[in-house]
Ligand binder design. Structure first.
Ligand SMILES: [Fe+2]
Ligand SMILES: [Fe+2]
Length: 274
């Protein structure tokens, strides 16, 4: 399903929510196509599960061979595991944090990324896209060490990668959330474990509040739309304890269970280790 998040004569933002088969094994994920004055980029193209469907689907809107950029918020498998195929089928350049610049080529055959990786420094920057700019905003440790969010000043959409994620089906993800009550329960567990620390969340909120955001669009689950929902999201996230805030000595003990590969679970250990 393709969802038009924004369109005017020269600028379009499309979201795809259900290209990965929902068999319960892989987390639902969103991919994005942004086109300005005939120049196109994909944000967080995804892995091998999304590649074929995404390539065919975007062909209806934009010739994939003409894509200028593959823009990656970070280097996780659901973001760029299909990099080899994108590098083969397009002439696009990969835009990714400088700290992943020399790790990303491990996703491809030798030489495929030569001269085609734009390593973004920690401070971010504005990337020319058509006649407008896409802002590459620092979002390090949310959750990845080298992480960027993307601000599109034309549509006033903030693409937040793994921040604002909610766990749901592709069909549900297609419907923006305008009231956060009830939705926080679908975000909480993920953010407590995948975000690194409350300090980082507070610093990010301080930066993000300066932008006139119409919609926050995560890479999993539904967009958060409108003044009230975005205000409530900021309030929630800046007060959330997560990651290292919640880990103490109890989390770092020698194992007391045995991994049962047959049943994919951990059982109590019956004998002492060593
Ligand atoms: Fe991730
Ligand atoms: Fe993700």
């Amino acid at each position: 399903m393709s969802i038009e998040l924004f369109r005017n004569d020269n600028h379009a933002v499309l979201m795809f929510t259900d290209l990965v088969e929902e068999d319960g094994q892989a987390v639902q994920s969103n991919q994005f196509l942004i086109v300005d004055h005939g120049v196109g980029a994909i944000i967080d193209p995804g892995g091998n599960l999304a590649y074929n469907e995404l390539f065919v689907t975007i062909s209806r809107f934009f010739p994939p061979q003409s894509l200028s950029y593959l823009i990656a918020s970070h280097a996780d498998p659901d973001i760029i595991a299909a990099l080899d195929r994108w590098m083969t089928s397009t002439r696009a350049k990969l835009v990714i944090s400088r700290i992943w610049e020399r790790f990303a080529p491990h996703f491809t055959k030798a030489g495929k990324t030569e001269g085609r990786v734009i390593g973004v420094p920690d401070a971010g920057g504005c990337l020319q896209l058509g006649e407008n700019e896409l802002w590459l905003l620092p979002a390090h440790f949310m959750h990845s060490e080298g992480n960027f969010h993307f601000w599109d000043p034309v549509s006033r959409i903030l693409f937040t990668g793994d921040l604002g994620v909610s766990l749901m089906s592709g069909a549900e993800a297609a419907r923006p959330v305008t009231d956060l009550s009830g939705h926080i329960a679908r975000m909480e567990g993920f953010h407590r474990r995948y975000m690194v620390s409350n300090k980082i969340l507070r610093l990010w909120v301080r930066m993000a509040r300066q932008l006139p955001i119409r919609m926050i669009v995560p890479q999993h689950g539904a967009p958060i739309e409108g003044k009230h929902a975005i205000h409530d999201f900021f309030e929630w996230i800046e007060n959330l304890m997560c990651g290292v805030d919640l880990f103490d000595d109890r989390a770092y003990q020698l194992p007391t269970g045995v991994v049962d590969g047959q049943q994919n679970r951990v059982k109590p250990l019956l004998r002492a280790v060593g």
